[in-house]
Design a protein around this ligand. Structure first.
Ligand code: SF4
Length: 297
């Protein structure tokens, strides 16, 4: 078996840290090593956006709806949860309230109306009166040859015969090929973790795109997940190499249009902050590289 603990990592791990990686940080590095550096080493804050907050709200409503008896899970009941769930989220994270320009009633109403539209669209794709999720916002974790993989699954359905269906909600407008690759990577990542943790390969991976009302389904097999595992181990080895060499080069792509740190990116004329002295250790810090949050869209 390969051991993912090598090089610079050994110093960190010898102090009792176990290497860890979440699908979000893995996707960051796959997209662009410099983006990974900005998030994991420089720890630049990600400014909350109204769209991201709406995604969190919609995830919360869909999760909470399953607290109701099956017959009561109607579109009206879901719409009625939007306001209270938003208040609950703001109570947890007061800075969310500042995202909505309360001087512009029209914009605020439009923001809530779009959240309701996304929730309503879900009912055209799935029927919650016929679903009884085994788990919601499930934290999953498994160790693969010394590397802990962890994340949150939006919903896990388990049929009477034990077959698992992993469901992830996406509030983005459309699953362009660009994003679909990354979403499928995230789903295979979860499938691998569940397989390693429970010994059973999920039968179905299902992405629910609320932005344009589309379901993407995928049935993984053992060969797929072994390839995913090899890919993740190679990715971690590449992260360790970058930590060792300090080579966090930018990788320009169409996704740069959505990069919140573009102003600091040398590929776009910016200047990154100086690399901290403890950058090699920070790069592999499991509390950041393995950081996962529910509704990490
Ligand atoms: S702008 Fe593009 S190349 Fe630069 S850090 Fe962001 S994703 Fe990487």
């Amino acid at each position: 078996m390969d051991d993912v603990r090598s090089g610079v990592g050994r110093a960190a791990y010898s102090r009792g840290m176990v290497a860890a990686l979440s699908p979000s940080r893995a996707s960051d590095f796959k997209q662009c090593p410099l983006l990974y550096r900005f998030r994991v080493i420089d720890r630049l804050p990600s400014p909350p956006s109204p769209a991201a907050a709406r995604g969190t709200l919609v995830h919360a409503v869909l999760e909470r709806l399953f607290d109701l008896p099956a017959g009561d899970r109607t579109p009206a009941a879901a719409a009625a949860l939007v306001g209270p769930e938003w208040e609950r989220l703001v109570a947890q994270e007061p800075e969310l309230a500042g995202l909505l320009d309360t001087d512009d009633d029209g914009a605020v109403d439009g923001w809530f109306a779009e959240a309701e539209r996304l929730v309503h669209r879900w009912f055209t794709l799935e029927d919650p009166t016929r679903l009884e999720p085994a788990e919601r916002e499930l934290f999953v974790e498994a160790e693969v040859d010394g590397l802990v993989l962890r994340g949150y699954v939006d919903r896990l359905d388990v049929s009477a015969d034990g077959a698992m269906r992993v469901v992830d909600y996406k509030t983005g407008r459309s699953p362009s090929e660009l994003f679909e690759r990354s979403s499928l990577f995230q789903m295979r990542f979860y499938a691998l973790v569940l397989w390693r943790a429970r010994g059973v390969i999920p039968r179905m991976l299902q992405l629910v795109y609320l932005g344009n009302g589309e379901l993407v389904r995928y049935e993984p097999d053992e060969a797929d997940l072994l390839a995913t595992e090899r890919g993740i181990k190679a990715l971690w080895a590449a992260i360790e190499r970058a930590a060792r060499t300090g080579d966090w080069r930018p990788r320009v792509s169409r996704l740069c249009d959505w990069c919140e740190h573009r102003d600091l990116c040398p590929a776009w004329g910016g200047t990154p902050p100086p690399l901290p002295l403890d950058a090699p250790t920070r790069a592999l810090d499991p509390s950041v590289a393995g950081q996962a949050a529910p509704a990490d869209d």
